[in-house]
Design a protein around this ligand. Structure first.
Ligand code: GLA
Length: 383
């Protein structure tokens, strides 16, 4: 990771070159990794989530116009939009996420000011660690700072989700924006997506959390995510419930034969995965290695065979992670279909684990993976 001051200096230099002045203030918002609970959020179930130290920064300065001018350091690209226009090209470009946030805030009656900004992110793009939510939540924090009003973190998360649903066109649940806004340094969170309550979960000393990026890109706006969501909603309706969360496993078992086979598989995964969230939280707190291994293995097996979101690169990564020194357990992360995965590793063995995964995965796929340990970071705010 780049040291904070070096990162700040680089961004300030680019800002000065691009806009002729230095930034006035800085906002940041973290990415996240889900430790358990794939696709449970839009079924109103639970997720065990971790805000991570990889984050998105926006250096900003009011420009006293109605225009937002942005430079992305990662993409070396410029883009602008007017605060008085609507986001017509929704979902085509990175700036749509910022424009979408502006629209959602405007709709909520918030006063918006134009600004110049430089964006820099250490959350890898399109890899399942919520780079889009980090950008949205950082942008909302910039607008908040400039406008002189305050949003409660939960309200900010809901508005950023609305921006992504309505103005970018991705029908995501609340997981990513909630984690990016509500994160707390040093602990994981159990998020209950039915009532949006959350509880801090301590992770036993000695257990490291390691991201293993397959480097095989996924497209969340693609049809698969929406298709899974529709299948779950169909299943809930057929079972007479408003959401799968309202159905218990025994109720499902009694009526599973009435559902189309594919819908029954999707529902089974969600109901089992929801139950695993609480079980894994307990296992991580008590440091129960056997339970961590069993629960994560069951989660990946369900993701592969029931929810069918495991790309070939994920199978190769799972094999590499489970064979590496120091591994406790491993599973998918994010929406699946490639991207990042997550492993629980004996902390003193993290380096050995990373070296083993790198060698094994690269020799199986020909792709160099990226492997790094993460710890829980604070939610969106000013730097
Ligand atoms: C993406 C979505 C989230 C969630 C996960 C899968 O990250 O944005 O809302 O559905 O996939 O758990």
């Amino acid at each position: 990771m780049i040291p904070i001051h070096q990162r700040q200096d680089t961004i300030a230099q680019v800002f000065q070159k691009r806009f002729g002045r230095l930034p006035q203030f800085w906002c940041r918002a973290p990415g996240r990794v889900d430790l358990m609970g794939s696709h449970t959020d839009y079924n109103l179930g639970a997720v065990l989530t971790l805000p991570i130290g990889r984050d998105t920064w926006i250096a900003a300065r009011a420009n006293h116009t109605r225009t937002v001018n942005l430079h992305s350091l990662n993409l070396n690209a410029d883009a602008s939009f007017s605060l008085d226009s609507s986001n017509k090209n929704a979902g085509q470009s990175w700036i749509d996420y910022v424009h979408g946030v502006a629209e959602a805030l405007h709709e909520e009656g918030m006063l918006l000011e134009g600004f110049d900004g430089v964006i820099h992110s250490t959350v890898p793009l399109c890899s399942g660690l919520s780079s889009s939510a980090a950008l949205e939540c950082a942008a909302a924090t910039v607008f908040e700072t400039l406008g002189g009003w305050n949003l409660a973190p939960l309200q900010k998360a809901l508005l950023c989700q609305r921006a992504e649903n309505r103005y970018v066109g991705v029908n995501c649940g609340i997981l990513d924006q909630f984690t990016s806004c509500m994160g707390r340094e040093g602990c994981a969170l159990i998020l209950d997506c039915r009532d949006l309550s959350s509880k801090a979960v301590a992770i036993a000393d000695g257990i490291g959390i390691v991201i293993c990026d397959t480097k095989s890109k996924r497209e969340l706006a693609g049809s698969e995510y929406g298709e899974r969501r529709t299948q779950c909603e169909d299943g809930a309706r057929m079972l007479g419930a408003s959401a799968l969360r309202e159905v218990t496993l025994p109720q499902f078992e009694a009526r599973a034969h009435e559902l189309p086979a594919i819908v029954a598989k999707r529902c089974r995964f969600i109901l089992e995965e929801h139950a695993r969230v609480y079980a894994l939280a307990d296992a991580l707190t008590t440091g129960d290695r056997a339970a961590i291994r069993e629960l994560t293995a069951a989660s990946f097996e369900g993701a592969a065979n029931l929810y069918e979101i495991a790309a070939p690169a994920m199978h190769a990564m799972m094999t590499a992670m489970l064979a590496a020194r120091g591994v406790i357990g491993a599973r998918q992360a994010g929406a699946g279909f490639g991207g990042c995965m997550v492993a629980f590793v004996e902390e003193p063995m993290v380096d050995a684990f990373s070296a083993d995964v790198r060698t094994r995965y690269a020799s199986a796929t020909g792709i160099e993976p990226e492997i790094y340990q993460v710890t829980a970071a604070a939610g969106a705010g000013m730097i």
